[in-house]
Design a protein around this ligand. Structure first.
Ligand code: ATP
Length: 218
């Protein structure tokens, strides 16, 4: 078996927090490779549309260009409609073959939403979860969320040990909208791309992370 990490998200934009998550997952779960999978339409994010797919894709490619253990996969961007994880895992299995052990990586904030994802049982049949602490959910509080979950969930969910990293895409979009520097928050080539092509500068693109009523899950 080859242990593979699958890291889904809007990546709007990808940032150093994502890379810290990937690095912790790689080391602690002994992964051979991590695939970054930008979502096309995130079923649980009720906001203005994200930056264009092409820009989000390019920012990931640039951030991972010099890191051979990371790759980007177009599995969600290339299909119509909401990007349900259960469907993405079927594609991953087809593309990666029977010898791949699939590990879906999420931040702790996403663990809270897991019961609302489409076909959780189907997801857990295909993959395990690696959960990384986030600034607003870590330590005992995160453990308590895990403990409150059904046994069959818990058997497939592992919480990784990592100091929370506070950066978020929302914060970066806010900085850019306000003309503040982002050089400590995003990888070098990604920042160069954002600046060169003037991404996220228009006020309309800065949106709060906070959401409206939930749709059916990821
Ligand atoms: P936004 O601020 O727009 O909601 P985000 O920073 O949470 O974006 P996403 O692309 O939505 O970034 O995140 C993809 C995945 O990475 C999610 O599972 C999220 O929880 C996780 N993640 C993002 N940033 C961090 C971080 N700093 N620490 C731990 N997990 C993170």
């Amino acid at each position: 078996m080859t242990r593979i990490g699958l890291f889904g998200g809007s990546f709007d934009p990808i940032h150093n927090g994502h890379l810290a998550v990937a690095s912790a997952a790689m080391a602690q779960a002994d992964l051979a490779e991590i695939l970054f999978i930008p979502t096309r339409i995130s079923p649980l994010k009720q906001e203005l549309p994200p930056a264009p797919d092409l820009d989000r894709w390019t920012m990931i490619v640039l951030a991972t260009l010099e890191l051979p253990q990371y790759r980007a996969a177009r599995w969600e961007m290339d299909r119509e409609g909401p990007s349900y994880t259960v469907d993405t895992l079927r594609i991953a299995r087809r593309e990666l073959g029977d010898t791949a052990e699939l590990n879906w990586i999420i931040g702790a904030d996403n663990l809270l939403t897991l019961p609302r994802w489409r076909d959780v049982a189907g997801i857990l049949e295909q993959a395990s979860f690696l959960v990384v602490p986030r600034a607003d959910l870590h330590g005992d509080a995160l453990r308590a969320v895990w403990e409150a979950m059904p046994l069959d969930y818990r058997a497939r969910i592992r919480i990784l040990d990592m100091e929370p990293v506070t950066v978020s895409s929302t914060q970066i979009r806010a900085c850019l909208a306000a003309g503040k520097p982002i050089d400590t928050l995003v990888p070098r080539l990604t920042m160069a791309y954002i600046e060169r092509y003037n991404l996220f500068r228009s006020a309309g693109l800065f949106v709060s992370k906070k959401t409206g009523p939930p749709a059916e899950g990821l």
